[in-house]
Design a protein around this ligand. Structure first.
Ligand SMILES: [Fe+2]
Length: 450
């Protein structure tokens, strides 16, 4: 029975080693991998960076170091009995150093923007693995029965499994958001909570150690170094948590501003659409279709978002067109049509004032240009028309055909398809029109209409 338990204990520990490497790999990929770096290298790096490996290096080197010191510096021979205590205290700093160096290396290789988030990830994995690795010595402290020792150790490993899994589930997703924000790490060396800890720890540990030990010198050394290590660990956690907290606040503030700007843009779009009783919801739909097209065209997430905003505000210039003309039931006169044609220029004038988003006016300015150069206001053709404006032009025409008018209902899907095919290369950019056709073909139940 005891041998079986021993075997299970060894297997769970080996599994845990592999599992924690895999978890670190997933966490790093989720938070910092941008798709350009090699995934195999990242996996190898996470095995190397795994704090279990670090612990092994720390333990081995801390046992060699005292011998090496005596070998390199003869006069210390007399102090050798003191140096024998070193392994117990050296393992800590070496372990921490390994975590810091590996976090730095991984961060550099992955071009991490927010260093505090990557360091916190490593420190958390390090702390959980450190506790997990002390299960055997911990178990032998609790009981001298070999069977019980193994059971305690297996239970500890299972708990470490759960702890890592919980950390991954609860914290890795928020980290992936934080990782996008560039915040300078504020390394304050003296911070109040770690200093408070040092005072309390010194008093308590000092009293206990001096009371029970006769050989004072190694004890003082042990005490001094252990205090230092724990201080560094607590300080690192404190600083990192503080930085993460600050980043979090910045992210939230940013999100609030972003939501507000989207809401303002949507409100503006509704105002424009409200002018025309037959184009209710037009701007929002054009924005939606433009974004779908941009996604189909494989644009980046940021570009897709920009196209959405441009679509929302593409007709903002209609604010300058009198309501009688917009809502005219009879055929427009040449003069009236000339007034309608001013709306791209007016829209450009309004949106060009928004300096923080210089691209926003592109859609409003050129969404009535045609691929063959017969559009307005500038008669631009082909690739001269900005790409985003060509996308919005297709989405705008699609919505015009698929929404109700005073004189007709929205057109049947096959008619819309034929219109797009007919005007490919003349009115529309053929590549973009082709993507729109794909979107229509995917829309089997014809849901994309007013
Ligand atoms: Fe327009």
């Amino acid at each position: 029975m005891a041998e079986k338990l021993e075997l299970i204990n060894s297997i769970t520990q080996a599994l845990y080693c592999f599992y924690s490497s895999l978890m670190l790999f997933w966490a790093l990929s989720k938070c910092f991998w941008d798709g350009k770096k090699n995934r195999i290298v990242l996996f190898l790096l996470s095995i190397l960076a795994n704090s279990m490996v670090g612990l092994l290096i720390a333990l081995m080197s801390s046992f060699w170091l005292p011998d090496a010191i005596v070998y390199l510096w003869g006069p210390l021979k007399g102090w050798f009995h003191v140096l024998l205590y070193l392994p117990f205290v050296l393992a800590g700093p070496i372990y921490l150093l390994h975590i810091f160096i590996m976090a730095r290396l991984c961060g550099k290789w992955l071009r991490v923007k927010n260093y505090s988030s990557v360091l916190f990830l490593f420190l958390m994995f390090g702390a959980i693995n450190f506790v997990a690795d002390y299960r055997d010595s911990g178990a032998s402290e609790i009981t001298s029965n070999l069977e019980h020792e193994n059971i305690v150790s297996i239970v500890c490993t299972v708990m470490a499994f759960v702890a890592l899994w919980l950390f991954y589930k609860l914290d890795v997703k928020p980290f992936s958001e934080l990782a996008q924000v560039k915040v300078k790490v504020n390394w304050k060396i003296f911070s109040i909570p770690p200093i408070l800890f040092i005072i309390i720890y010194s008093v308590l540990a000092g009293v206990v150690l001096v009371e029970y030990h006769e050989n004072i010198l190694p004890i003082i050394m042990l005490f001094f170094l252990s205090t230092l290590i724990i201080y560094i660990f607590i300080w690192a956690f404190y600083v990192i948590v503080k930085n993460i907290h600050e980043t979090n606040a910045a992210v939230k503030a940013n999100e609030k501003v972003k939501t507000l700007s989207v809401e303002v843009m949507e409100a503006l779009a509704h105002t424009i659409d409200a002018k025309d009783e037959y184009t209710r919801g037009h701007s929002v739909r054009v924005a939606k279709y433009s974004k779908m097209l941009a996604e189909k065209l494989g644009l980046s997430e940021e570009d897709c978002e920009n196209v959405y905003y441009m679509g929302l505000l593409h007709d903002i210039g209609k604010i300058g067109v009198p309501n009688e003309i917009i809502n005219s039931k009879s055929k427009l006169t040449d003069e009236e049509y000339a007034v309608i044609k001013t709306h791209p220029g007016v829209g450009f004038g309004i949106l060009d004032e928004i300096k923080s988003r210089p691209d926003l006016s592109i859609g409003a300015h050129w969404h009535h240009e045609r691929y063959d150069g017969k559009g307005y206001p500038d008669g631009k053709s082909g690739e001269d028309i900005p790409y985003f404006a060509r996308i919005i032009a297709v989405a705008d025409s699609y919505d015009a055909m698929t929404s109700n008018r005073s004189y007709r209902d929205y057109l049947p899907q096959d008619v819309v398809l034929n219109e797009l095919r007919k005007n490919e290369g003349t009115q529309f950019d053929p590549n973009i029109a082709e993507r729109m056709i794909e979107l229509i073909e995917e829309d089997k139940d014809y849901k994309l209409h007013e």
